[in-house]
Design a protein around this ligand. Structure first.
Ligand SMILES: [Zn+2]
Length: 367
């Protein structure tokens, strides 16, 4: 098997031509593609998790036909691969993917509803295709190359507009019967609490997310002096997470309190998850984690206070994610690489597998 150049072989400033030659010489490239509500980002991912070349298309939102999104994905994948033969494609979709990894059941910002996404892309691209949701893919990437590397069990929690989550056990994502495991954001943490867009109340992501951070800061406007008012030019609606991070860094009390609130809720939710899963590490992703200890210190404190038997156990490490916004496409590429190489391996090296009836195998899905 010809391996692609790894991170040690290439650096950001290097001339792209040797990379392209290496890709073309290779048996083919694995491409990961992150399909989000506003953009499609495809990237060739090396065997060491390095994103070698990317291509991007915009996604026109929910009100278009699924074919338009499909075209955008196919075009981005082909552009990223360039002249190199395509060997497999991993699709990380911002939506609910069914337990078999075949369909996108629902995506709040994409026109896919029960769409047979995996098979459609496999037909169009004529290579193996793996489909999973973006949070699961990001967790796989962190396990393979990032903050969860070397662990046998980890949770991934991504704080953005809401909360993305995934459960990793032995390097596999626990996907659940419906493919919906890891939807931590909608655990109820406050009975009859704030209304959530999911229709529930008191959901964790209403108290612990990038959106909650901004809301906490905004709620203090007019009550305490804060540089945030100046940063958003007196328009609270224009306040963003990075502004709160910058202000906290500069010593602004309101911004620091907002982080302490999000951190506190993070610890409470993590304590519940740790009580259920007892993992080695909890990886925290999303822009909010740029604040580092300002977020993680209050989270650790709340975790210790809330977790059952905290004094008798090793607490899981809270680790900031390492791979940033490309984690989804990297993880999708890892999944398809793993599947393809497993399929290509000569039968003699395959471990004997017990055959199980398909219906039973699909009841609890892992990847
Ligand atoms: Zn909810």
């Amino acid at each position: 098997m010809t391996e692609l150049p790894g991170p040690g072989d290439l650096d950001e400033a290097a001339d792209e031509r040797p990379v392209l030659r290496a890709l073309t010489r290779s048996r083919g490239v694995f491409v990961g593609v992150d399909v989000g509500g506003t953009k499609v980002l495809a990237g060739v991912v090396s065997s060491r998790g390095r994103v070698l070349r990317t291509a991007r298309r915009s996604t026109p939102g929910r009100r278009v036909s699924p074919e338009i999104v499909e075209e955008a994905v196919v075009a981005a994948v082909r552009e990223a691969a360039g002249d190199a033969p395509l060997r497999g494609v991993g699709v990380a979709a911002a939506g609910f993917v069914d337990g078999d990894g075949e369909r996108v059941m629902f995506a709040p910002h994409l026109p896919w509803q029960g769409e047979d996404v995996r098979a459609r892309f496999a037909r169009r691209l004529r290579v193996p295709v793996v489909l999973d949701n973006d949070a699961n893919c990001a967790a796989v990437a962190e396990w393979a190359y990032g903050a969860a590397r070397g662990t046998e069990s980890a949770l991934m929690i991504t704080l953005g507009t809401g909360i993305g989550g995934a459960i990793l056990l032995n390097g596999r994502v626990m996907r659940g019967v419906n493919g919906m495991a890891g939807e931590f954001g909608h655990m109820q943490v406050v009975p009859d609490g704030r209304s959530c867009h999911c229709g529930g109340t008191g959901c964790w992501e209403e108290y612990c997310s990038g959106s909650a951070l901004v809301r906490y800061a905004r709620e203090s406007f007019g009550q305490q002096p804060t540089m945030l008012e100046e940063l958003c030019a007196g328009q609270p609606a224009r306040l963003t997470g990075p502004m709160v991070t910058d202000a906290a860094e500069a010593g602004d009390l309101v911004a620091r309190q907002a982080f302490a609130q999000v951190g506190g809720w993070l610890g409470v939710g993590v304590a519940n998850l740790v009580a259920a899963v007892d993992p080695e590490a909890v990886v925290i992703g999303g822009g909010v984690v740029d604040a580092g200890e300002r977020l993680l210190a209050p989270a650790r404190l709340a975790l210790t206070r809330s977790l059952v038997g905290a004094e008798h156990r090793l607490l899981p490490e809270l680790r900031p994610a390492q791979l940033g916004p490309q984690a989804g496409l990297v993880g999708a590429a890892v999944l398809v690489r793993r599947l393809t190489i497993r399929r290509e391996r000569p039968p003699t090296t395959l471990r004997p597998e017990r055959r199980r009836p398909r219906a039973r195998a699909a009841r609890w899905a892992w990847r």
